[in-house]
Design a protein around this ligand. Structure first.
Ligand SMILES: [Zn+2]
Length: 249
């Protein structure tokens, strides 16, 4: 992901922050972007607001006598392995899922993290999702944290602020129903093996692996209409929400 001005200074530290409602959300939707980012020397952090222990741990709930605590332990191990596969730090907030709720302390923690990391790029869920109770909650928390961390357009404030990160949303499960209109495509072919390793690490949601491999192939076909070559076999799609500041058109 590029900051948008085409002149991002990697020597100053290129920082990406991805926030998901559940432990695995980043894997299906942005693992390629993260791997490209870290492979080129950037630093990436993944926040999981919850482990997705109740609502998004499908296969683990087939185990007789399963408990929420045991599922959380498994999900944490899986997500840490997936994050490691793409070179990212994994930060679990453990706020609970289905429903995910952002209390005052969680909001403060998220703002502090944005200020501390000062990412140039921030990625989360789209605002709307008619099929998921938690993804829009994550969007709203991230959008609000971004505003609280950046203040009013760079003017001095009573609190610590950081330069405004570009805000992107990653691809939801049902793009059309979520109003997701991608305007940024990323060729992830060079790092697809890392994304695959990350997806395989999420053993509790095996049914999604093939699905997201196919999605990446479809996005690659579309990316060719925007200039990608035939060598682009896998792509991820994003929607950039904040305007880009450019030096030239
Ligand atoms: Zn999710």
């Amino acid at each position: 992901l590029r900051h948008g001005d085409g002149a991002l200074d990697v020597t100053d530290g290129w920082r990406l922050l991805v926030v998901g409602a559940h432990a695995a959300d980043f894997v299906w939707r942005a693992a390629g972007a993260i791997a490209l980012h870290t492979r080129s020397g950037g630093n990436a952090t993944v926040v999981a607001l919850s482990y997705g222990e109740r609502g998004e741990s499908g296969d683990l709930w087939r185990v007789p006598g399963q408990t929420v605590e045991a599922v959380k332990v498994d999900r944490r191990r899986e997500a840490e392995a997936a994050a490691a596969a793409v070179g990212a730090d994994f930060v679990p907030f453990d706020l609970g899922d289905y429903p995910l709720r952002i209390d005052e302390a969680a909001e403060e923690r998220l703002v502090e993290l944005v200020v501390e990391l000062a990412p140039q790029v921030l990625v989360t869920h789209p605002e709307r999702d008619p099929f998921n109770p938690d993804h829009p909650v994550a969007f709203n928390a991230v959008e609000r944290a971004r505003k609280l961390a950046t203040g009013a357009g760079g003017a001095p404030a009573a609190f610590a602020t950081v330069p405004p990160p570009a805000l992107y949303v990653f691809e939801p499960h049902q793009p059309e129903q979520c109003g997701f209109v991608p305007n940024v495509f990323l060729d992830i072919t060079p790092v697809f093996d890392q994304k695959l390793e990350g997806m395989k690490a999420m053993a509790s949601q095996t049914f999604l692996q093939q699905h997201y491999e196919q999605r990446a192939e479809q996005r690659a076909v579309q990316a060719r209409y925007y200039g990608a070559t035939a060598e682009c076999r896998y792509a991820e799609a994003f929607q950039r929400l904040t305007p880009a500041l450019v030096e030239r058109l």
